[in-house]
Design a protein around this ligand. Structure first.
Ligand code: AMP
Length: 536
């Protein structure tokens, strides 16, 4: 018996799927599979299969706290495992298949995963890694090919009757673990708990974030293995939305699904939208008429925001990180929206939005972290965050990753504006320090990709004897497009301060990326380790 006049209702992920199955049992969950086939289920089906899966895991001997790994794209069976694993008290470890082999080896062993459930498309990875994962006792394939001598997911759960009562876990028990994809050192594990997951999902539902309701049809392009897919599966279940999943990230497939399935909302990193633009342009077709597009993971460039907005789509520029579950801020129209010009609306959307209720932000001086900076729209400093879905301690470490007041240092550099908007200007490690002043590499890159011939751009600071560092811009030209270094600098000259203009523009065939598709400045710096500026 607890004190108080209100009921005990522990924050458990199981409540989420129970609710979806009860209130939106026949709302569809569509999957386009890697082999081109399509299947349909609904929240009642996900609920039934999740209970069968929980039983099947127990039958394998799994206990509360045990880890189950997935190596999979977005589809209904992956969704089932989000709820099935949590429902039997387990912890789902969503692995990023794009990680390097030694990272995959490390994270599965470090997490002590006992079961690995994977997509047939990743069979080559499984075959290569099996011997390196001694702790993995069972391998199950989500979508086995016809000739298959292993265990297929549907057959495996098909042996159970689904008569299962969710385990009564504690709110503070873990339900998921995601590893960061840092380019230095080993990836670090971030454990999400039932409570943090629920609070994050409830916050994600609100109009200021994903704006979910029973009328939403969401096609998440952000992978289920990246930062809990921004919490969309949980928030979507809470609102009983229709989900459309694609196990392939082909813009032709996504475009067709969006138009055919009445998709209203989507979410993904900027490169996803870029690929969609290229596809639509090459085909001479219109972009899907989405209600809202959430862009996050990297800064959304201006031309992308403009084009989506002109197409009638509300752009929600979001910022977050694996360590923050991941949502920290989300952008969207404010009360004065209709009084703003289109240009002003785009200017606002270029910033990363406002913190959703639950998290707090502050910035501190880059050289003196004891100095908290004013929210004046100009001071830029190290971004700190705290809140109930922000990391306290990395998995299997003894020390807290936060300071005495609970602040987690994000490693990002940002400006806080008086209207509450946050603007990312860089990563702490990537800011360019020229003559004692900071140059934002992100702003340079964003401006450069607005040039019609530029496909991608990355700015890094190179040693300069007088200024310490000066920016060099590495540019990948669009296929068949021509432009000179001078043209790029001219193009930038009315978009950034004069002293920010790059000292050199170098054209390259490609720019290295991390496993989550972000530009890897570290790899770029390594690649150009011997680079010298003309006057250096
Ligand atoms: P990850 O943990 O892989 O999701 O990476 C988190 C990092 O991505 C953040 O610390 C930022 O550096 C970057 N990031 C995420 N969203 C944005 C955004 N909207 N604009 C700029 N950078 C972003």
């Amino acid at each position: 018996m607890s004190l108080g006049a209100m009921q005990d209702w522990s924050m458990r992920v199981a409540h989420v799927i129970d609710h979806a199955a009860r209130e939106a049992p026949d709302r569809e969950i569509v999957t386009h599979w890697a082999d081109g086939s399509e299947t349909r289920t609904d929240w009642a089906g996900i609920h039934r299969d999740a209970r069968k899966m929980a039983q099947a895991l127990q039958a394998l001997g799994l206990k509360k706290g045990d880890k189950v790994a997935s190596l999979a794209m977005n589809h209904a069976r992956h969704l089932v495992s989000w709820f099935g694993v949590a429902g039997m008290g387990g912890v789902l470890h969503t692995c990023n298949p794009r990680l390097f082999e030694d990272q995959l080896e490390y994270i599965v062993n470090h997490a002590e995963d006992r079961v690995m459930i994977y997509d047939a498309a990743f069979q080559p990875i499984i075959d290569k890694m099996r011997d390196k994962w001694p702790g993995v006792e069972h391998y199950i394939c989500f979508d086995p090919p016809e000739e298959f001598d292993g265990v297929g997911f549907e057959d495996w759960i098909g042996e159970q009757d689904g008569d299962f009562e969710w385990l009564a876990v504690d709110e503070r028990d873990p339900c998921m673990i995601c590893y960061t994809s840092g380019t230095t050192g080993h990836p670090k594990g971030v454990q999400y708990e039932h409570r943090s997951t629920m609070l994050h999902a409830i916050a994600g539902l609100q109009p200021a974030a994903f704006n979910f309701s029973a009328s939403s049809v969401m096609l998440p392009v952000v992978p289920m293995f990246h930062a809990a897919s921004w919490g969309l599966p949980y928030a979507g279940a809470m609102a009983g939305i229709k989900f459309v999943f694609s196990a392939v990230n082909d813009p032709a497939v996504l475009d067709d699904l969006m138009k055919r399935e009445g998709v209203t909302d989507s979410a993904g990193v900027p490169t996803v939208w870029l690929a969609h633009f290229h596809y639509a342009d090459a085909k001479g077709i219109e972009l899907p008429k989405l209600r809202a597009a959430t862009i996050g993971g990297s800064a959304a460039p201006r031309f992308m925001i403009e084009r989506l907005m002109k197409n009638g789509t509300r752009v929600q520029h979001a910022w977050g990180m694996t360590e923050t579950s991941p949502i920290g801020t989300v952008g969207g129209p404010t009360a004065d929206w209709d009084d703003l010009t289109f240009e002003q609306q785009v200017d606002k959307t270029m910033k990363q939005g406002r913190p959703i209720f639950g998290v707090e932000l502050r910035t501190v001086d880059l050289d003196d972290p004891t100095k908290v900076l004013p929210r004046d729209g100009t001071s830029s400093g190290a971004l700190h965050i705290r809140g109930p879905w922000v990391l306290k301690r990395y998995f299997k470490t003894d020390e807290d990753a936060i300071d005495a007041e609970g602040w987690f240092n994000t490693g990002d550099v940002a400006i806080l504006h008086p209207d509450g908007t946050m603007q990312i200007t860089d990563r702490t490690k990537d800011v360019i320090k020229s003559g004692g002043e900071w140059i934002s590499s992100v702003e340079l890159e964003n401006a450069a990709v607005g040039h019609p011939a530029v496909a991608e751009a990355a700015a890094i600071g190179m040693y300069h004897p007088k200024w310490d560092e000066r920016p060099v811009l590495f540019v990948v030209r669009k296929e068949g497009a021509e432009c000179s270094a001078e043209e790029v600098v001219n193009f930038l000259s009315d978009k950034v301060a004069k002293w920010w203009l790059p000292d050199a523009v170098e054209f390259v065939d490609d720019i290295p990326h991390t496993a989550t598709g972000k530009i890897s400045k570290k790899d770029l710096r390594d690649r150009f380790g011997d680079y010298k500026l003309a006057d250096a």
